[in-house]
Design a binder for this molecule. Structure first.
Ligand SMILES: [Fe+2]
Length: 385
C-alpha cells in the first residue's frame, strides 16, 4: 500500500548497526518490487532469511486450458467448486491469461503444515464466506465477509480460518496491484473524491516473531511451479520493519458508491488497478435520480476487454437467474447488456442492494478445465427473445 507503515523495533538509520539484547546483530532485508523502483519495506530478522536446508521437489500448478480463444459469454456456478481441506489444493483456477489468474477456493482447514509464498503474483483475496486471520512475516490481519486482502508478491503467509465454511474469490496478478492513480495526489494521498480513504485501509498491527530453529516447510510458487523448500529458521522472525510494501485489508462495505442523475459508467466502481486489468466493487447504492433515468446499464461493447463479474449478494438488477457465487464472463469482441425485461424492471427503482466484484482484463481470458466443470454452456443464448 503506498503509504508509510512501521511495526516493531527498527534502528533510527537504515543500514546501520542494530543489535539484539545479547549483542548479536539483527539481519536486515530489503523487500521490494520492480527492481529497486517499486514499493519496498526494510525489515530486521532474528536469523539470516537465506538459510535454505533443502529443496525437496516441485510440482506444476499452471491452469489447464479448455478454451484458449473464447468468444462465448459464460456463467459459472462458483459455489459448485468442491470444498477441500488444504488451502493450496482448494484453489481452482477458472480464468487466466498471461497477466492474471482468477481462482475460486473453498478451503475447510487452516494452513498448519507449511508457509506459502507466491513469488509470481500479487494476490487479491476477496472473502465471500468465512473469517479468520491472515498471518504473514510482516504482521497479521483479521478478515471476515466482504474483505479484500491484498498480499504483495513475496509475502510469506498462512491462512487461519475460524470454521470450515470458507468461500474465496482470488485474483492472482503478475502485475502489481495498486489503488487507482486518479484517486491519489502527487504525494500518494487519497483525494477527497476517492470512494475510500486511508482510514478504510487496515494495515498489519500484530507482528508474530519467533526465534526458532528447525525444519520449516515453505511452499514457494515460481513460474507456475510450487517448490517445497525447507528453511532452517522460523519464517516469521521479523522484529520490526518500515516502508510501503506490506499486506493490507479493505472491506467492500467501506467502498462509498459514486452516484449520479443518469447511469454512471463502470469506472466509478473502480477499487484497484494494474496496467493489465481493473477491479471494481458494485455496492448497495441509490439509483440515478433523473426523473426519466433508466438505472439498468445500456448495452455496451467489450471490444478490447473481457468482463468478469462475481456475484456476492443482493439481487443483481441487470441479470436474470443470477445467484451468489455465480461468475459471468462477457468476452472481448462482442457486445453485452441487460437481460430481457431488466431495463423495464429497473425503471422507477430508487436503490439496489447488489454486491459484486468485477474484474475487467485488457487481454482475453482463457477458460480452464475446472471452469468448464461448473459452466452453464447455454448462458450465451440467454438474451434471445
Ligand atoms: Fe458490462
Amino acid at each position: 500500500m503506498p503509504f508509510y507503515h512501521k511495526l516493531g523495533e527498527i534502528p533510527p538509520k537504515r543500514h546501520t548497526i542494530f543489535r539484539k539484547p545479547n549483542g548479536d546483530l539483527y539481519y536486515e532485508q530489503l523487500f521490494g518490487t520492480i527492481g529497486f523502483d517499486g514499493m519496498a519495506t526494510n525489515m530486521y530478522h532474528e536469523h539470516r532469511p537465506t538459510q535454505v536446508k533443502e529443496v525437496k521437489g516441485s510440482y506444476k500448478v499452471a491452469p489447464k486450458i479448455a478454451i484458449a480463444n473464447n468468444i462465448k459469454s459464460y456463467r459459472f456456478h462458483g459455489f459448485k467448486v468442491k470444498p477441500e481441506k488444504d488451502y493450496l489444493d482448494s484453489r481452482k483456477a477458472v480464468l487466466t491469461n498471461s497477466d492474471c489468474t482468477i481462482i475460486l477456493a473453498a478451503p475447510t482447514t487452516s494452513q498448519d503444515a507449511y508457509f506459502y509464498k507466491n513469488a509470481d503474483e500479487d494476490e487479491l483475496i476477496f472473502i465471500h464466506e468465512g473469517s479468520g486471520k491472515l498471518r504473514t512475516h510482516l504482521g497479521n490481519l483479521d478478515f471476515k465477509y466482504g474483505d479484500y486482502l491484498l498480499i504483495p508478491r513475496g509475502t510469506i503467509y498462512k491462512m487461519d480460518f475460524d470454521t470450515s465454511e470458507n468461500r474465496l474469490f482470488i485474483v492472482a496478478s503478475r502485475r502489481p496491484i495498486y489503488t487507482p492513480k486518479r484517486y491519489r495526489n502527487w504525494f500518494g494521498q487519497l483525494l477527497e473524491h476517492a470512494p475510500f480513504c486511508e482510514r478504510d485501509i487496515r494495515r498489519p498491527e500484530e507482528l508474530e516473531t519467533y526465534n526458532e530453529k528447525g525444519d520449516f516447510l515453505m511452499k514457494v510458487k515460481k513460474q507456475d511451479e510450487i517448490f517445497d523448500m525447507v528453511y532452517a529458521t522460523h519464517p516469521f522472525d521479523v522484529v520490526g520493519y518500515d516502508g510501503y510494501n506490506y499486506p493490507y485489508a479493505f472491506s467492500i462495505h467501506d467502498f462509498e458508491p459514486i452516484t449520479g442523475r443518469v447511469h454512471q459508467p463502470p469506472p466509478v466502481h473502480q477499487t484497484f488497478e494494474t496496467d493489465a486489468f481493473v477491479v471494481c466493487s458494485f455496492v448497495p447504492r441509490l439509483y440515478d435520480y433523473h426523473p426519466q433515468a433508466i438505472p439498468a446499464p445500456y448495452n455496451h461493447s467489450n471490444i478490447d476487454s473481457d468482463e468478469v463479474l462475481y456475484y456476492v449478494d443482493g439481487d443483481f438488477m441487470s441479470r436474470n437467474d443470477i445467484d451468489k457465487g455465480h461468475i459471468s464472463l462477457h468476452p472481448a469482441g462482442i457486445p453485452h447488456g441487460p437481460h430481457p425485461g431488466a431495463v423495464e424492471r429497473s425503471i422507477g427503482k430508487v436503490k439496489t442492494d447488489e454486491l459484486a466484484v468485477m474484474v475487467d482484463t485488457f487481454k482475453p481470458l482463457q477458460v480452464t478445465e475446472e471452469a468448464m466443470q461448473i459452466a452453464d454452456d447455454d448462458y450465451h443464448k440467454s438474451w434471445l427473445e
